[in-house]
Design a protein around this ligand. Structure first.
Ligand SMILES: [Zn+2]
Length: 252
């Protein structure tokens, strides 16, 4: 098969372009901002768990507070009723003694309940602080997330635009290379191979396989327009001034 050498050289540009496109696609899929976002999502999840735990503690303590407070209110009411009866002085000596005894017990009970209430309030301070801490941490994480999403989108857009430009350039290059070479090139690429490479330093540019002097001499003797294939990887081997091939005359 013969294709003008200039056209074959455009195939090298296409191979470079395809390598760049593959790199850009990899970059697009592995944006550092996406990795940071995934990490941040884990952090936020852990904060949400802390917040839920803190909320349960807050609720439990509030229930405890309400229970002690209600008991204290009841005790105080009973205390006041007894005291009123004592103060009114209308009860018998026996009842009075009983009431005074009850009042002493109720006072002790009220004091204990007040102490208990203070303890609950102290614990509430700690759980409220933890609840506020988790709220603030979550807000901070949300802000960070929004900032990261903004930066991720900007980075993605830059890569997408680069890919778009390269795709346009690719269409133009494909047209210049021509159907014959493109068919071979694309078939190789569909097999996961490079498709084309520059012969350089005795090697196939696609698979880096070193060629023996005999093969090199054969290649050098071929007409410039002859399409050569690598025996190893099947790639179209393009020759340029950089190929450093032996002079055809020396090969004969
Ligand atoms: Zn090769």
């Amino acid at each position: 098969m013969k294709v003008p050498n200039a056209q074959q050289r455009r195939l090298l540009d296409l191979a470079d372009l395809d390598a760049d496109i593959a790199k850009a696609k990899h970059e697009r899929k592995n944006l550092p901002e996406d990795a940071e976002l995934a990490k941040l999502a884990e952090t936020a999840e852990s904060i949400r768990e802390d917040r839920a735990r803190a909320q349960v503690a807050v609720d439990n303590l509030q229930a405890e507070y309400d229970r002690v407070d209600a008991e204290l209110t009841g005790t105080t009411k009973q205390l006041n009723r007894d005291q009123e009866q004592i103060d009114a002085g209308l009860v018998s000596h026996k009842v009075l003694t009983e009431l005074q005894h009850e009042v002493t017990g109720l006072r002790r009970r009220a004091e204990n309940l007040e102490t208990e209430l203070l303890e609950v309030m102290e614990q509430q301070e700690a759980t409220d602080a933890e609840s506020e801490r988790t709220e603030a941490a979550l807000l901070h994480a949300t802000e960070q997330e929004l900032d990261l999403i903004g930066r991720r989108d900007a980075a993605a857009l830059t890569v997408d635009q680069r890919l778009e430009d390269m795709d346009a350039k690719r269409i133009a290059t494909v047209a210049e290379v021509g159907d014959e070479l493109i068919t071979i090139y694309e078939r190789l690429r569909s097999q996961g191979k490079v498709g084309a490479g520059l012969v350089r330093q005795r090697r196939c540019g696609a698979c880096r396989m070193e060629m023996d002097p005999r093969t090199l001499a054969t290649i050098a003797a071929k007409d410039d327009d002859e399409v050569l294939r690598c025996e190893e990887c099947g790639a179209i081997m393009v020759r340029t001034d950089q190929s450093g091939l032996p002079k055809p005359a020396a090969a004969e």
